[in-house]
Write a protein that binds this ligand. Structure first.
Ligand SMILES: Cc1ncc(COP(=O)(O)O)c(C=O)c1O
Length: 416
């Protein structure tokens, strides 16, 4: 049974306790919910008759505790930077299980990947040329294809439109040149074809079309290859919305079965790279309510965080569900939840909350596990929040809150 919002992170009383124990803003991660999501994804993908692998997309949220979840659940890892490779290495992730994405990897990043035996997902022809020059060891490569599937999501998180910066257009001269280069290389071996069409997509059709195009490409290459279908599976941000993760992925698995039934062996493995759908709804951000203000058309309640810990509402108008955990009066009013940063766009959202919402109340913003902490900033020199894990029985710090000393840790003046 899926936990609904009310049961997450031990529920209301537990969240209030955590807010007081660790102070706010605070990101609380429900570890069991993340594992439940991983199991849902594994179970749906395993309907595929072909061997299959679930990778966690680091960019959604990464820290040592998250990498422990990756290891404990035997996931592979999608990384996109030297920093993510570094952390994965520090926390003992097997390099053979890492897929290295990115449209402009540096010489240093590619050298490290080659040295460690990480699979590189090449995003363009020039990357393969560079890899050919610098690789000292045999290199496994996959090609990221832009399949041209324009999914229904915000344009900032769509990735497979024709003019996207990501991927090699399929059926293009570029693709042929990439294949020529790899086929004539004695260092690089093509191990798979990959594509990621965007994020927070809640319909199966674009994923199916994408997987079908990739399978056709693999068939045309006439060699056994991995089919890396990327991530992007949407989550339920609002209580009233409805997203069926198992349904979405199982439909894609069924489509892959159908598409490969006449070409057994051409796809040797199916890889999925999920970020948001693993960690997104496992996270809750807790704030403390501050001042209120009423304008002719709005009633604001300000919180002690904002766009520095969650840029998504300002960046792409993302919507969230909020609750005042400190009160349960049924008489509610529409509040605009304003952050404390110096930008008019620093508004986290709107929510009906108890009319008597007051200074000091604990306000929860749900589904903040993905793309909030990684996109957080020190704008206005706001301190990054702490991250706490709730494992169903106990809580522990994954990342401590920043301190003012952290803010000067990069300064070069010795007298500070
Ligand atoms: C190549 C690739 N794979 C996987 C993902 C994960 O997407 P999501 O978090 O929506 O599952 C992304 C996100 O940008 C991506 O670029």
């Amino acid at each position: 049974m899926n936990k609904d919002f009310d049961a997450l992170c031990g529920g209301r009383e537990n969240l209030i306790r955590l807010a007081h124990k660790y102070q706010t803003p605070l990101l609380v991660i429900d570890k069991q919910k993340a594992i439940e999501n991983i199991d849902t994804i594994k179970n749906a993908l395993s309907l595929c008759k072909i061997s299959n692998t679930v990778a966690y997309a680091s960019k959604a949220f990464l820290c040592g505790e998250m990498l422990n979840i990756v290891k404990e659940n035997n996931l592979s890892l999608d990384a996109v930077s030297g920093g993510e490779l570094f952390l994965a290495d520090r926390f003992g992730i097997d390099p053979q299980k890492i897929y290295f994405h990115g449209n402009n990897k540096s010489v240093q990043e590619l050298t490290e990947a080659n040295d460690k035996g990480v699979t590189v997902i090449a995003d363009n022809y020039e990357e393969l040329e560079l890899l050919e020059k610098i690789a000292k060891k045999p290199q496994k490569v996959m090609l990221r294809i832009n399949t041209g599937i324009e999914a229904n999501t915000h344009k900032y998180i769509a990735t497979a439109f024709t003019d996207s910066k990501f991927g090699i257009l399929h059926n293009s001269d570029d693709f042929k040149a990439c294949m020529d280069l790899i086929d004539n290389s004695d260092k690089q071996t093509l191990t798979g074809i990959s594509s990621h069409i965007g994020s927070q997509i809640v319909e199966a059709e674009p994923f199916i079309q994408n997987a079908e195009i990739l399978t056709d490409i693999i068939k045309s290459l006439k060699r056994p290859l991995c089919l890396n279908i990327g991530g992007g599976y949407g989550i339920k941000y609002l209580k009233e919305s409805d997203v069926d993760l198992f349904g979405l992925i199982s439909k894609v698995a069924a489509a892959i079965n159908e598409k490969t039934s006449d070409a057994v062996g051409c796809v040797k493995e199916v890889i999925i790279e999920c970020g948001r759908s693993i960690i997104g709804d496992a996270g809750i951000t807790l704030y403390t309510a501050g001042f209120k203000k009423t304008t002719p058309h709005r009633r604001y309640v300000f919180v002690d965080g904002g766009m520095s810990d969650n840029i998504r509402p300002a960046l792409y108008n993302a919507k969230y569900h909020f609750e005042n955990l400190s009160r349960n009066d049924t008489k509610t009013e529409l509040f605009t939840i304003g952050g404390k940063l110096c930008e008019s766009g620093d508004v986290l959202g709107e929510a009906f909350m108890p009319h008597n919402t007051e200074y000091g109340d604990i306000i929860a913003c749900f589904c903040t596990g993905a793309y909030c902490y990684p996109l957080s900033s020190n704008y206005n020199l706001a301190l990054k929040s702490a991250v706490v894990i709730w494992d169903g029985k106990k809580d522990y710090l994954a990342l401590r809150r920043q301190t003012y000393n952290d803010l000067i840790s990069l300064e070069t003046r010795g007298d500070l």
